[in-house]
Write a protein that binds this ligand. Structure first.
Ligand code: B12
Length: 149
């Protein structure tokens, strides 16, 4: 069965190129993608996940305010009874040149299942999601990939 993923750029962030590429890559990989676009509120992510019975929510943030924009996000997800939904965040998650490991830890502690930096190849995110959703396709069987997130 086709798996649905919700994709969007959180907060007041208007950087659209990254999620456009991610949308195409996830669709090409066989996912149903609901792209909420830029400047998406936490509520819009949660509503879309519930309405579309989504397996995963992919949050993008580029402009350096991800920490503020994601505060309380997982509490909202839990309040909507969506704890089983896989959540990823990626992009330019810190202001300036923060230590990546620290940034990654911060977002993991907020509740994201995986955290991706701005150098992420969309194929790595797809591979990670397939593994997390326990999906196996003939294309990926037998291959081994290292996912950094
Ligand atoms: C183009 C651009 C703009 C354009 C955006 C046009 C548009 N509508 O998209 C404009 C000029 C409007 C703009 C505005 C601003 N920008 Co700007 N912008 C950029 C720039 C040059 C390129 C972004 C881009 O399109 N990259 C190409 C795409 C393909 O890559 P990507 O976005 O990184 O996405 C990939 C990965 O990050 C990853 N990814 C992204 N999200 C996710 C999510 C998941 C789940 C996963 C798995 C992966 C993933 O996969 C994507 C595909 O490969 C970057 C610098 C840079 N080189 O990255 C700065 C940059 C992102 N901008 C920056 C800033 C500060 C701003 C402004 C705040 C500037 C200002 N003071 O006004 C505003 C914010 C406006 C707003 N409300 O959003 C900073 C952010 C700094 C930070 N985070 O610390 C950057 C890094 C520039 C810099 N070095 O300072 N910007």
């Amino acid at each position: 069965m086709t798996k649905t993923v919700i994709l969007g750029v959180i907060g007041s962030d208007a950087h659209v190129v990254g999620i456009t590429i991610l949308e195409q890559a996830f669709e090409a990989a066989g996912f149903d993608v609901v792209n909420l676009g830029v400047q998406t509120s936490q509520e819009e992510f949660v509503d879309a996940a519930r309405e579309n019975d989504a397996e995963a929510v992919l949050v993008s943030s580029l402009y350096g305010h991800a920490k503020q924009d994601c505060e309380g996000f997982h509490e909202r997800i839990a309040a909507a009874g969506l704890e089983e939904v896989t959540t990823y965040i990626g992009g330019n998650l810190a202001v300036g040149q923060d230590d990546w490991e620290e940034t990654r830890r911060y977002f993991r502690e907020l509740g994201f299942d995986r955290v991706f930096d701005s150098e992420t190849d969309p194929e790595d995110a797809i591979e990670a999601l397939r593994a997390d959703l326990d999906m196996r396709s003939s294309e990926t069987e037998g291959e081994s990939h290292t996912v950094r997130a």
